[in-house]
Design a protein around this ligand. Structure first.
Ligand code: TEU
Ligand code: CA
Length: 567
């Protein structure tokens, strides 16, 4: 424990600013709301916040299209409000990391507006401009959000490159001034006292400068038509290979590791700041201490279900892949993914499975990232009205299914609602009150609120119910904080053949802890050969007699979460 830094011990909590708390009552989440909810977060027991983009943005991608790297979106507050939020968090012992989008800016960022002006504008090469080929785009590359990766700009008769939306032109990271400008922004926030960054979409920062055509056998549309599965949600190898072929020259290109080494040195000029990359690629850890501090273990959440066999396999592969000295980082949900409650539920035992999902995050080796709303069991909300969609990617799927695949509108809507990301971004449900208590009764929130706020999925109701998911989160977060082995311990899986429960040890020099997560509806009497005299209960999701237990006959109830210290 002594040798661990704050971010290795911390539990992170992602705030999606637009939907978290509306402090000034205009239907949009903001920094005033976040300030008011700091006590709520402190009581919940998290240690650090990852704030999704809070910068000025025209919101084509909900803030991931930044128009000013050193500003605050008008509707969220001012730089002064941000300062008060940061200070308030720090006073409560909560760290704050920001979202840093390196790959692209908004098409309305002054840098891009300048770059567009003329072919010889000094900022022209801050972005990636090319002549067309045979009356079309420069090559056959595609955007991950649909359609070609090139947008024609009549002003200068050239195409610019965008990996994401056409409203998100890619920066040219081979241009030294781009680096300088973004590094200045990084320093700006570090000087202000922020504790680090989550680095967005880092695989896409460089592309092959020769612009070779990709050699895939299918277009993304054809792949989607065949499978209806998006790239990051498939475990089908053949399919993944096709997707990888499509984007082969657009992602994970040379240059990236050098860039991260530079960013790491910059960060290391400051005390104790952290970089976490939105990637599962462990090569970004560098040698383990010279690039990113952490990269997410996304494979875990992309498995079909959280079965003990899958978790063991994931941990075996992941921990083996990490370089020495590298620290793992686990998550099951974020603003791009389905809600944990929906994703890992089975429709029957959802409440129990949600508790197991949290227990898994808080007991695996590595830093856990939770997503706002998870703690009250917020679920995916599938909109039934396409005009309510705000995620342009979801909207693209609607058109794809309706216009290209020729599906009935209702079916297209359903697919788009399921694939799109609005479903996990709806306003936080604070109370059983109009709009879930998010905004005043007369004010329509920016995204529809899930009506299940009236069925107990809200903070106010759960606060007063000792058996609620919220209170379960609070208890388990406290147990983690008070149990050094759960934070620092080595991981050792036990009973490797079990299909129903996941049992493992977390061990430090001072403490040995046994964790059993029973993912199934059956009770077990388990015998562990652990050279231990007894087991002292630290936590159980079920009522258990408080006396010491015998490691050779541990009773585990259906869906039980059992954590005990070995004597
Ligand atoms: O996501 C990057 C990314 O790889 C996306 O393709 C992501 O997997 C997709 O949204 C899955 O549903 C980041 C942000 O997290 C995302 O919100 C942004 O839209 C994207 O970058 C562009 O900035
Ligand atoms: Ca507001």
């Amino acid at each position: 424990m002594k040798n661990l830094t704050w971010w290795q011990k911390a539990v992170f909590y992602q705030i999606y600013p637009r939907s978290f708390a509306d402090g000034n009552g205009d239907g949009i989440g903001d920094l005033y709301g976040m300030l008011e909810k700091l006590d709520y977060l402190a009581e919940l027991g998290i240690d650090a916040i990852w704030l999704s983009p809070h910068y000025p943005s025209p919101l084509f991608d909900c803030g991931y299209d930044i128009a000013d790297y050193t500003g605050v979106a008008l509707e969220y507050g001012t730089l002064d409000t941000f300062g008060r939020f940061l200070e308030g968090a720090h006073e409560r012992g909560i760290r704050v990391i920001l979202d840093l989008v390196l790959n692209h800016t908004s098409h309305l960022h002054p840098w891009f507006l300048a770059s567009r002006m003329s072919r010889d504008h000094p900022r022209r090469d801050w972005y990636i401009w090319r002549d067309g080929r045979d009356g079309g785009p420069p090559n056959n590359w595609v955007s991950t959000f649909g359609g070609p990766a090139w947008e024609y700009d009549a002003l200068t008769g050239q195409y610019y490159y965008h990996f994401f939306l056409k409203e998100q032109p890619d920066l040219n990271w081979r241009h030294p001034e781009v680096k300088e400008a973004v590094f200045a922004a990084i320093r700006f926030w570090l000087d202000l006292g922020v504790d680090g960054f989550r680095l967005d979409a880092i695989d896409t920062i460089f592309e092959d400068p020769e612009l070779p055509d990709h050699q895939a056998d299918y277009s993304p549309e054809e792949l989607l038509r065949q499978t209806e599965t998006v790239r990051w949600e498939t475990t089908n190898k053949a399919l993944l290979e096709q997707w990888e072929k499509i984007f082969h020259y657009q992602v994970r290109q040379p240059g990236i590791h050098e860039l991260f080494k530079e960013i790491r040195s910059l960060i290391d000029e400051y005390d104790d700041r952290v970089l976490v990359g939105e990637t599962d690629d462990v090569s970004y850890y560098g040698e383990g201490d010279d690039e990113l501090h952490m990269a997410f273990n996304f494979p875990l959440m992309r498995g079909e279900r959280l079965t003990p066999a899958w978790i063991r396999q994931n941990q075996r592969e992941r921990l083996a892949a990490l370089p020495e000295r590298a620290w793992p980082c686990n998550t099951l949900g974020n603003h791009d993914a389905p809600r944990v409650y929906s994703r890992f539920g089975d429709g029957v035992h959802d409440a129990a499975l949600a508790r197991l999902s949290l227990a898994l995050m808080l007991t695996l080796r590595g830093t856990p990232f939770l997503y706002n709303g998870e703690e009250i069991g917020m679920t995916d909300y599938l909109f039934e009205d396409v005009t309510r969609f705000r995620d342009l990617w979801g909207l693209w799927h609607y058109h794809l299914h309706r216009d290209l695949f020729g599906k009935p509108a209702a079916k297209a809507l359903r697919s788009a609602a399921e694939t799109g990301r609005d479903k996990c971004r709806t306003p936080f449900q604070w109370a059983n009150a109009p709009h879930g208590g998010f905004s005043p009764p007369a004010i329509e929130p920016w995204l529809p609120v899930n009506p299940n706020y009236a069925e107990g999925v809200n903070v106010a109701d759960q606060e007063t119910d000792p058996g609620s998911l919220l209170n379960f989160y609070r208890r388990l977060l406290r147990v983690r904080r008070e149990t050094p082995a759960l934070i620092a311990g080595e991981y050792q899986p036990l009973h490797l053949e079990s299909e129903e429960y996941f049992a493992f040890l977390r061990t430090t020099e001072e403490q040995r802890v046994l964790v059993v997560l029973n993912f199934f509806e059956r009770a077990h009497t388990l015998s562990f050969d652990l050279e231990a005299a007894g087991l002292g209960l630290l936590f159980s999701s079920h009522l258990r007699p408080p006396h010491e237990e015998d490691p050779s006959a541990v009773e585990i109830a259906p869906f039980e979460i059992y954590i005990a210290a070995l004597w």
